[in-house]
Ligand binder design. Sequence first.
Ligand code: MSP
Length: 509
Amino acid sequence: MSRFYLTTAIDYPNGVPHLGHAYERLGADTIARYRRLRGDDVQFLVGMDEHAQKVAQSAEAEGLPPQEFVDRMARVFQDTWDKLEIGYDVFYRTTDPRHQAGVRALIERIYARRPDDFYEGVYEGWYCVGCELFKREADLVDGTCPLHPTRILDWQTERNWFFRLSRYRDQLRRHHAEHPDFLQPDTRRNEVLALLESGLEDISVTRGRLGWGIPWPRPLSTGEPQTTWVWFDALPNYLTATGFPGEGDRIRWPAQLHVVGKDITRLHCIIWPAILAAAGLPLPERVWAHGFALFKGQKLSKSAGVAFTVDEAIGRHGPDAFRYILLREIPWDADGGFTWERFDERYTADLADAFGNLVSRVLAMLQRYRGGVIPEAPETPLDRAGEAAVQAYVAAMDALLLHRGAQAAWDLVSEANVYVDRRAPWGQAKAGDQAGLDETLGALARALARLAGLVSPFLPRSAAKLAAALGLEDPARSSAAWSTTTTPRVAGHRARQIPVLFPKSPEPT
Ligand code: MSP
């Protein structure tokens, strides 16, 4: 059994989860579910990045102490992930004392191994609280941060601890060259390679004024205490969540996959590996930088104020539909968007008409013509289409192209619907062609058994219902789920009818 430790970025809880947060969690959860289906021992980490200035500001605006505010937000985030069936194993928070101790241990480890990797210096520059980053003049558009145009930039000058990032440039270039998969997709990899080519500046890793954060373990030579810069606190969450510096890290670390948005690749593919290299720890195996989810053509974020709530999206056609439609509509390797119109079209075409209808038809015919017992029957062209769909699905999902994985499963849905129409089992029944009817119904039942597995990472609830209807275990809980998907054996199973999976005029779920 292979271990598969995957993480998402940890969210700033300065507002309720938005579409972007949901999109990333859904994609990562779909990968986690796919890896479990393939039999991996998966550990899926999500969490919150709580020590951000903007979090402290939001707490202040609500008149709450920051800790109380983040405790409240943690419930909101977890509730949202539960509603979306995000099957995380650990919900991790940077205010967790184990994390705080782990970050301090990591910093001390660097001081011990590479004493001159940290040095004191003066930093002066524009600080964007939205990004929690210093910005160079060249990064600004009309004097504002292009990612957070509504925020006023702060000019900050202070004496801080610096991290000697520049030292790691060659090592990082080598690592990227030797491991072309380290950062994917290629568009993102090329951006990071270009940054490495243009050179690396050292970075300031502490703040003087901010009290909300992890105390940096060493004061400045002036005796002034420092607080850890939020990214030097956040990035190590992936490591401290495994128990670092305790035993656990040796079991789970390094991560097999970090899933992050395209706006934070520099942090994950330059700064984070440099920190790990300084500490003498292995680098994560892979980083996947997905694109941005746009709603009605706009980036969703609290500061942009675009109205969209996860509850509204779930309320429309239930959590499964939201999961599938979002991941099908927005390619996992690029930006993409949707509108409610498009959402409803996909619902009707792919879920109600194509998939839901196929399930209802086949289950009804099994009942009507065979009293619910799935007949033993020879292989048909539909089985070969099923094998081809599994192959295309695996290639897409292994390459983390989730939209293509969904497409491969729906290709089989279409093939099966065409097969029903071509074979016209009602005609076979009427003509008394029992062998032909067995062949048709057996092939269709096997296609449904395959589909229960293939769709399960996208539609976990519906897949469980479909599997149960075929006398199979929930693919999310069965160790045989993958072999059932590749080689379905359902002859002799008693199938039963179930309520329509995706009603045309949906009742609220
Ligand atoms: N706290 C940092 C991450 C620290 S990871 C050690 C952060 N937080 S965030 O709340 O701003 O974003 C969390 C994740 O959501 C990031 O990966 C970000 O790219 C992603 N998204 C935020 N808005 C997005 C969209 N509109 N679309 C898709 N994902 C985007 O960055």
